[in-house]
Design a protein. Structure first.
Length: 571
């Protein structure tokens, strides 16, 4: 551990930030103080709205000028040539000299941060030229060296690539290369691994750690996931409702949390060692008017007996030799000459009342498989038999009728909800299309009942998607999927982008709905711990192929393939 006598690279003193809104003033950050020392990583943890990202934006001088105001505090930065300076007193021009050159930042969503109409190499070159790190003729070799340093495959190809041609992990590595291009002393990483696969997430953490050592940087690492932060940070600060409620060494925060909110963050996360009947949520640890009743835990014996009965019946869905191809090249006449095989010769079954977990990293074909099952993409070959009907061949009215029985919940609820459509109308719409409920009054009544079932209220019926949090939008998406009274739900990364506390709420909701409505789930995720908590069996995919299919507990105890062993090791 570094000596506390070492001069800190960053000192935040009593920082307070407020936003003006239609509902009045929002106190986003309240008297936050911490220090970051040379070559140290400090983790800031908290759920959405806790103030952690606002704190980072305040440090970097990137708060929106229209409705945000810093009401108190100092942000002292140990400048290499000027000594300790207060960043809050700098002009925009002075701050531009600090950003990038002395302090770099990695943002949560690289696709939103990268310019979609500029090639990746060109975007990193801009940073080098702006800060006069090298002359224009020397920028390309420098960018290629940076891409090599952040372990991007084939730097020459990445240099010429557009952002959309890269995977999420590769986009994030380009952002990291941009952030370290000028060899800054401070690196702020704001949710840099959220929604990334476990293997990609681990590689990004290792990369940031190695860059910290090789460049002698200090890192402020921000995340909603306490477990992720504990793998990279020496010290952790926990934020709740704008306040820093706990600060300590990383291991002490994990092993002996002091604040109820910190305890809640630890308990909300599914882990490989246990499967409680219900995940803890934040309200369980804070003072609430009506504590949630504890759910009955299923014993291993009860689980075994349930599985014996479950798998003694005929499967409701059988997938045989399924192939899904995407065209990637055409000739001069527009005829496809080359295909990418997204799903290759896949075979498995799903049983009524089962939750079949489907895991694998980005690009393995799991989302394509889910979309093929619900016929949002057409298979190239194979059988998909649901209760005796080959749904691969369904067309027209028969396909429309089938879709009442099988629905899908997508990863991004904001993208899957129409921004200009009130959420009540979004839930009513499928009922009208499928003529499930004849009267408009009855449709609205049913929509309100569905909203209440997923933890929303009647007053939300006339509100728009942007007026809700991510967790609330996912609940709305679930309500819409239930509007047609389906038998089978495909959950495609339905909780991967949510805070761990909100994730726990949604997972509990899905389990409750499954039991109450007798649903069957195909649960797709890259998070093996979440899948183990939810699933009866787990199917592991890699490169479009099935590599392993086992009962969830058995897979964790004794993974058969080397790929599954690797996934379990980093879970």
């Amino acid at each position: 551990m570094l000596s506390q006598s070492t001069q800190p690279i960053l000192t935040v003193e009593n920082l307070s930030v407020e936003f003006s809104s239609d509902a009045g003033l929002v106190h986003a950050v309240q008297n936050v103080s911490f220090q970051l020392f040379p070559k140290q990583t400090l983790g800031l943890v908290g759920e959405s709205g806790s103030g952690k990202s606002v704190t980072a934006l305040s440090i970097m001088g990137l708060l929106p000028t229209v409705n945000a105001r810093i009401t108190s505090g100092k942000v002292l930065f140990n400048h290499p040539t000027q000594g300790m300076i207060n960043l809050l007193e700098l002009s925009q021009m002075q701050m531009q000299q600090v950003r990038g050159l002395y302090a770099g930042m990695i943002f949560q969503e690289p696709m939103s941060s990268l310019n979609p109409v500029k090639r990746c190499g060109e975007q990193v070159e801009e940073v080098l030229l702006w800060h006069k790190i090298c002359k224009s003729r020397d920028t390309k070799p420098r960018v290629l060296a940076l891409f090599d340093e952040v372990k991007l495959p084939n730097p020459e190809r990445i240099y010429k690539a557009w952002p959309h041609e890269l995977s999420g992990g590769q986009q994030q590595r380009v952002m990291i290369a941009m952030a370290i291009a000028c060899n800054p002393k401070l690196l702020i990483a704001d949710e840099p691994t959220t929604a990334l696969d476990a293997r990609v997430q681990e590689s990004i953490l290792q990369l940031i750690n190695s860059l910290k050592e090789s460049h002698g940087m200090s890192v402020l690492f921000i995340s909603h996931d306490l477990q992720v932060v504990s793998r990279i940070a020496q010290h952790i600060g926990v934020m709740f409702k704008g306040k820093l409620v706990e600060k300590n060494d990383a291991q002490l925060v994990l092993q002996s949390p002091q604040h109820p909110y910190t305890k809640a963050l630890i308990a909300c996360r599914p882990d490989a060692q246990s499967r409680p009947a219900r995940l803890a949520v934040v309200s369980d640890f804070l003072e609430v008017e009506t504590p949630t009743a504890a759910a009955k835990i299923e014993t291993p014996e009860e689980r075994f007996k349930r599985h014996q009965l479950l798998y003694s019946l005929e499967p409701v869905l059988q997938i045989n030799q399924l192939n899904v191809d995407y065209p990637i090249a055409t000739n001069i006449l527009g005829k496809t000459t080359k295909y990418h095989k997204a799903v290759s010769d896949l075979n498995f079954s799903v049983f009524a009342g089962e939750t079949l977990g489907l895991v694998g990293e980005s690009g393995c074909g799991k989302t394509t498989l889910g979309r093929a099952v619900v016929r949002l993409v057409d298979p190239a070959a194979g059988l998909m038999v649901y209760k005796g009907t080959n749904i691969a061949n369904l067309q027209g009215k028969a396909l429309k009728s089938f879709r009442r029985r099988m629905q899908i919940i997508f990863q991004d609820p904001y993208a899957s909800l129409t921004p200009g459509l009130q959420i009540g109308k979004a839930i009513v719409e499928p009922m009208r299309i499928h003529e499930l409920v004849k009267s408009e009054i009855e449709r609205k009544k049913k929509a309100v009942e569905l909203l209440e079932r997923v933890g929303m209220e009647e007053k939300h019926f006339y509100r728009y998607p942007h007026e809700f949090s991510g967790g609330q939008r996912q609940r709305i998406a679930i309500a819409r999927a239930l509007a047609l009274e389906p038998e089978f739900l495909i959950c495609d990364e339905a909780v991967s982008a949510l805070d761990v506390s909100v994730q726990a709420q949604v997972l509990n909701l899905l389990n409750s709905l499954k039991n109450d409505l007798g649903l069957t789930y195909l649960f797709i995720s890259h998070d093996l711990n979440v899948v183990k908590y939810m699933a009866d069996r787990i199917l592991v995919m890699q490169n479009g192929q099935l590599v392993e299919l086992q009962e969830a507990d058995a897979l964790f105890r004794n993974p058969q393939s080397s790929y599954t062993q690797e996934l379990v090791a980093i879970a």
